[in-house]
Design a binder for this molecule. Structure first.
Ligand code: 5GP
Length: 211
């Protein structure tokens, strides 16, 4: 029997390094994970390509996706839309892949509400000063956008208690191992193995009849 994959949401403040963690997870365990690619109306950053980091679409196209119910969830984040295309996620879960959504907190909570078995992970830098430093050093956003992202981080921090795990991203390699460990341990949870447990119970019942 093939186990279905686990739907995992990874959120974290902008600048928490979660994008890099996802890249490392995919590079090290590409047979285990599938990373969902979101649609967004934000402009590509230098080096980003359509269909790789995101599907970059216009506002009209995005609204068409909402109307066509093509998205599992969507949210607005600092003046842009972001959303998760549905089909890929369910195809990959059926294939037994653990599917990761790297999305912000409003979307994360919507996914959890619709699919309560979803595992929610929150990634944070060791402290707020480090977050500001990483956002500034990235050099891809202007001062106003950085300020908006920092204020959004403060808002998001109010919702962290809704998550199942909180992981500090200090040393990247350690953090990647920790995230991988959490997701893989999750496969052993009793409620995710009910079918197998029932089969074993039935087999044992048959054996005990012979006594
Ligand atoms: P960025 O513009 O830095 O790539 O992403 C901004 C925020 O949007 C990040 O917190 C990222 O996790 C989130 N995000 C990316 N894709 C999605 C999505 O499909 N849905 C939601 N709700 N948030 C997303």
């Amino acid at each position: 029997m093939k186990n279905k994959g686990i739907l995992t949401v990874v959120s974290g403040f902008s600048g928490s390094g979660k994008g890099t963690i996802m890249k490392e997870l995919m590079a090290n365990y590409s047979d285990v994970y599938a990373l969902s690619i979101s649609a967004t109306t934000r402009a590509p950053r230098p080096g980003e390509t359509h269909g790789k980091e995101y599907f970059f679409v216009s506002k009209e196209e995005f609204e068409g996706m909402i109307a066509g119910e093509e998205l599992i969830e969507y949210a607005q984040y600092v003046n842009n839309y972001y959303g998760t295309p549905r089909d890929y996620v369910f195809e990959q879960l059926e294939n037994g892949k653990d599917v990761i959504l790297e999305i912000e907190i409003q979307g994360a909570l919507k996914v959890k509400e619709k699919y309560p078995d979803t595992l929610l992970l929150f990634v944070s830098p060791p402290d707020a000063a480090e977050l500001k430093k990483r956002l500034t050093n990235r050099g891809t956003e202007d001062a106003a956008t950085i300020a908006s992202r920092l204020s959004r981080a403060w808002q998001e921090a109010q919702g962290v208690e809704n998550y199942d795990y909180f992981v500090i991203n200090d040393v990247l390699e350690d953090c990647v191992k920790k995230v991988h460990g959490i997701i893989q341990n999750e496969h052993a949870r009793v409620f995710r193995n009910q079918e197998l447990i029932d089969t074993i119970k039935n087999e044992l019942k048959e054996f005990s009849k012979g006594e």
